[in-house]
Design a protein. Structure first.
Length: 158
């Protein structure tokens, strides 16, 4: 007669399921891999205009509310910090200084969220005490929001 009992270790391991990355996350990783391939083909002399055209093309693909916000953010960032180079980063419009992403825009559609996000990476010079915001939810952009974002971008690259 065979013993058909399973060990507790096996049972515990099979009761947990790993869902892994979402389709959106896998898509973002594939976009990042493609961006790296394109950058490698361009070599070290990749033009700022190439990044600008890629960002503008990506913004044009977005659905209406995010497209308008993204285009306005692009204009605010370019006016506030002309030294930043537009580029795609995980399929999102981003702005880099010396090749390192300082800030980025993520549409609500990107990861099926209820709001778009404007965020800063750790290369941004925004340190303020022991805690400070690094990302902002956007549902619309007012003139006051644009002024605040412009000031934050200037500070981030200072």
């Amino acid at each position: 007669m065979k013993d058909t009992r399973k060990s507790a270790k096996t049972t515990a391991a099979t009761s947990k399921t790993y869902e892994g990355f979402t389709d959106e996350e896998r898509g973002a990783m594939k976009e990042r891999a493609q961006e790296l391939k394109v950058a490698a083909r361009r070599g070290p002399r990749g033009k700022k205009e190439d990044g600008e055209s890629a960002v503008l093309a990506k913004l044009a693909e977005l659905p209406e509310p995010d497209r308008v916000m993204g285009e306005r953010l692009h204009a605010v960032i370019k006016a506030s910090a002309p030294a930043l180079s537009p580029k795609l980063w995980y399929g999102m419009p981003a702005y880099a200084k010396d090749g390192k992403v300082v800030c980025f825009f993520q549409s609500a559609q990107k990861f099926n969220t209820r709001y778009a996000t404007f965020g800063f990476n750790d290369t941004a010079n925004l340190d303020d005490g022991a805690m400070w915001p690094t990302a902002f939810a956007l549902t619309e952009l007012t003139a006051a929001d644009e002024a605040r974002i412009g000031a934050l971008v200037k500070k981030a690259v200072s």
